[in-house]
Design a protein around this ligand. Structure first.
Ligand SMILES: NC(=O)c1ccc[n+]([C@@H]2O[C@H](COP(=O)([O-])OP(=O)(O)OC[C@H]3O[C@@H](n4cnc5c(N)ncnc54)[C@H](OP(=O)(O)O)[C@@H]3O)[C@@H](O)[C@H]2O)c1
Length: 303
């Protein structure tokens, strides 16, 4: 019997089965011919979580579940107890149940726990993994930052901080779809996660048993206007938009929004060990929109 499990021995379980990112991860793992199961069991229900883990006996769990609010994070401001139940009690319960069984856990966390401050300005000094969270302007981010800190005490846990994730389609949860549909947008440089670039990295890191916290975005920052300019150039030449200030934005939203740049040096250094690289965010966006254009044209031909 080999001491190290072979690829075939690995069993992946995705939590949050009906979620947007969970769906992308499932397709990716299936395309790699991996053994993958999905569950939508509520993370806070200990007996049900234990039953799923005992029955499926995964070697690797991906936690893609979380209370993100609908239509957006403003919902969490008015539903704090429900948000705590998922993002604090549920997330920690799942981490604890995995820990007790020696299961590797990858958590799709958020980088929206930071906000530019005097020390960290756009195109200045980005936030590194060890910087304490400095953004509690939304209850969603507040729960996420506190839980991340506690969860990092569980060994065999890999915490990947995504920001403003982008897919190669116009799914309503795609950051591009969101900002393209708003009547007015702010224009601030931010770290973004292009899922096609980053999700394969999550699989490699997880199956290699990596642990710890990683800022999980493409390197560099891109502003809303830069994103929309590329969108107009490649996807929809007739598209127009209007900007407004953060102060004007604050009048139409309930929770504040995080704007920040995450340092990706730790991630890039780790990925080099696996012969992997992640494209700079402007380069990545152009490629993403080119894939999106092809996807939209294919869809159009089928209808
Ligand atoms: N999308 C983003 O902008 C973004 C950015 C950074 C990080 N993230 C994080 O990445 C993860 C996935 O995001 P997503 O965009 O794919 O969100 P999503 O589409 O809202 O999916 C989240 C899924 O989690 C499920 N869920 C919520 N509470 C649960 C609980 N207590 N137990 C089990 N399942 C639960 C939801 O089911 P119900 O709908 O039935 O509750 C939903 O199917 C989340 O943790 C999110 O915080 C997302």
């Amino acid at each position: 019997m080999p001491l190290i499990p072979t690829l075939k021995d690995k069993i992946f379980l995705i939590w949050g089965a009906n979620g947007w990112i969970a769906g992308h991860l499932e397709i990716l793992l299936q395309s790699q011919c991996k053994t993958v199961h999905c569950t939508a069991v509520r993370m806070e229900n200990r007996e049900e979580v234990e039953e799923v883990l005992n029955r499926i006996r995964p070697t690797h769990v991906f936690n893609c579940a979380g209370c993100t609010g609908r239509p957006n994070v403003d919902w969490c401001e008015d539903n704090k107890q429900e948000t705590i139940r998922s993002n604090a009690i549920g997330t920690l319960n799942l981490a604890d149940c995995c820990y007790l069984r020696g299961i590797h856990l990858t958590v799709l966390a958020t980088g929206c726990i930071y906000h530019y401050d005097a020390e960290h300005q756009p195109h200045g000094k980005p936030f590194v993994e060890t910087d304490p969270a400095n953004f509690g302007g939304s209850f969603y981010s507040y729960t996420k930052s506190r839980v991340e800190e506690i969860m990092s005490f569980y060994p065999q846990t890999l915490i990947l901080r995504l920001r403003m994730p982008v897919s190669d389609d116009l799914h309503p949860r795609n950051f591009v779809t969101k900002i393209a549909s708003y009547p007015r947008v702010v224009d601030i440089p931010n770290s973004n996660t292009i899922l096609t670039d980053l999700l394969p990295c999550a699989v490699v890191l997880a199956e290699s048993g990596e642990t710890g916290v990683y800022n999980f975005t493409n390197p560099g920052v891109i502003s809303h206007n830069e994103v929309l300019t590329l969108y107009k150039e490649i996807i929809d030449p007739s598209f127009t938009w209007q900007n407004f200030t953060v102060e004007e934005q604050a009048k139409v939203i309930k929770a504040q929004r995080s704007n920040c740049e995450l340092d990706t040096t730790k991630l890039e250094t780790k990925l080099k060990e696996y012969g992997m690289t992640v494209p700079e965010v402007h380069v990545a966006y152009r490629k993403c929109f080119e894939r999106m254009k092809e996807n939209l044209q294919r869809e159009k031909m089928l209808t």
